[in-house]
Design a protein around this ligand. Structure first.
Ligand code: ACO
Length: 386
């Protein structure tokens, strides 16, 4: 039985921008479901007006500073804060390895990851209802599968997981064959904390829709990966890197930004559908990257570009706050830990496994088949042509 609606635990302001809803035969219609409340969740609060993000009430900045990806995933799955929680890289079943070997080396990492999760789901018994045990197994499996694909496409043999390493260090080890230093592992772990959960975004909604049919967790995560692959969702931190390289030098920053806006281009790493304030994830990642010894050499230039871009965007859109979003500093962290830009979206997906699987469990715990209605705009009733 679905839960009875309860009053929200935390009151948040909603943007005053008009919601694209109007009425069709007495019912509200909102293309893209914008402004529609379609689920209740205790997992993540995204407060776009005030620039706040919390997982189960804990501020993202505190979770980055004092938590680990394992403790955050455990918090999302169980509701308990256990700073000693552990996750390690899982084994890749032989059926998955065979599928990865069969892929063309030109396959996109997101396609390889989706394929791996699909085959993994076919090798596991994933009974209803989905459980924390399933969530943990899938979250531990996927980094090993992605690392295996990356090595295979480079004609290198996959590396067995090292159970002594935690999940994020284990992922880097399985990618490169080298155990990462503490600072590098910590920086990528912080990125995973920041990427773990973000409310009812498109991929999480896709996972909840699939779960609502009583399908299994692997199917829900396959669908979520497919949704996140789209450029409107998975974001493009690699485009931030390209943009910074195009600017070239701090002296050119203001001219470049003004020219780009005059050409009608969008500045990558700025603006967000929900946030009207500075994205708290960007703030947390900026702190992380500034502390990295392996930060990319373009970071100083990026900070200059950010200052200029914020000033110019404010001049151009005085009524529409366009602030830095998570992608701006995500690019710097991911490049700083040695990942190539084509791995950025799939690495984001690995982090989001925690949130997706937590939403799958939450959806199943108070399930109602998600089945909205469409406004029919087709032809009137008519006879088939003779
Ligand atoms: N640079 C320049 N202008 C912008 C930007 C930007 N980054 N973002 C929005 N605008 C402008 C739009 O052109 C529009 O102007 P107009 O009214 O003159 O047409 C106005 O601001 C409002 O924009 P919307 O399209 O309503 O903004 P929306 O909320 O739909 O878009 C989005 C959000 C897609 C993130 C947008 O800000 C954007 O394209 N940003 C750049 C790409 C980017 O950084 N993506 C990563 C997002 S974070 C993530 O996916 C995890």
């Amino acid at each position: 039985m679905p839960k009875k609606p309860t009053p929200p635990a935390v009151q948040i302001e909603v943007p005053t921008a008009p919601v694209a809803a109007h009425t069709v035969d007495g019912r509200p219609y909102s293309p893209g479901l914008e402004g529609v409340l379609a689920a209740e969740t205790e997992l993540g609060l995204v407060d776009g007006v005030n620039g706040r993000l919390m997982y189960r009430g804990y501020r993202i900045g505190d979770l980055v500073a004092r938590g680990t990806f394992a403790s955050v995933a455990n918090l999302l799955w169980t509701g308990n804060w256990d700073p000693k929680a552990r996750l390690t890289a899982g084994r890749v079943p032989s059926a998955v390895m065979a599928a990865l070997r069969a892929l063309p080396r030109t396959a996109k990492p997101m396609d390889a990851l989706r394929t791996a999760v699909s085959v993994w789901g076919a090798t596991e018994v994933l009974d209803w209802p989905p459980t924390e045990v399933q969530a943990r197994a899938l979250t531990e499996f996927s980094p090993s599968a992605l690392a295996a694909f990356v090595r295979l496409r480079e004609d290198l043999e996959p590396i067995e997981p090292d159970p002594k390493l935690d999940l994020v260090s284990g992922f880097l080890y399985q990618l490169t064959g080298e155990r990462p230093d503490k600072a590098t592992a910590r920086a990528l772990d912080a990125y995973f904390v920041v990427g773990a959960e973000h409310g009812l975004n498109a991929s999480t909604f896709a996972a909840r829709v699939i779960t609502s049919t009583r399908s299994d967790m692997a199917s829900a995560v396959c669908g979520a990966i497919g949704a996140m692959k789209g450029p409107l969702h998975g974001g493009a931190p690699s485009e931030v890197v390209e943009q910074i390289h195009k600017v070239g030098s701090p002296e050119r920053a203001e001219e470049w930004v003004r020219d780009a806006l005059a050409r009608g281009e969008r500045l990558m790493g700025f603006g967000h559908r929900v946030y009207r304030a500075y994205d708290p994830r960007a703030r947390a990642l900026r702190t992380v990257v500034e502390a990295m010894s392996t930060r990319p050499d373009w970071l100083e230039l990026a900070i200059k570009v950010e200052d200029v871009a914020l000033k110019v965007l404010e001049e151009k859109y005085p009524d529409r706050p366009l602030k830095t979003n998570v992608e701006f500093y995500a690019a710097a962290v991911l490049q700083g830990v040695g990942l190539t830009p084509d791995l950025f979206p799939a690495t984001f997906a690995l982090a989001r496994h925690a949130g997706w699987t937590a939403h799958v469990i939450e959806q199943a715990s108070a399930n109602r088949l998600i089945r909205p209605d469409a406004r029919y705009t087709g032809a009137d009733e008519r006879d088939l042509p003779a």
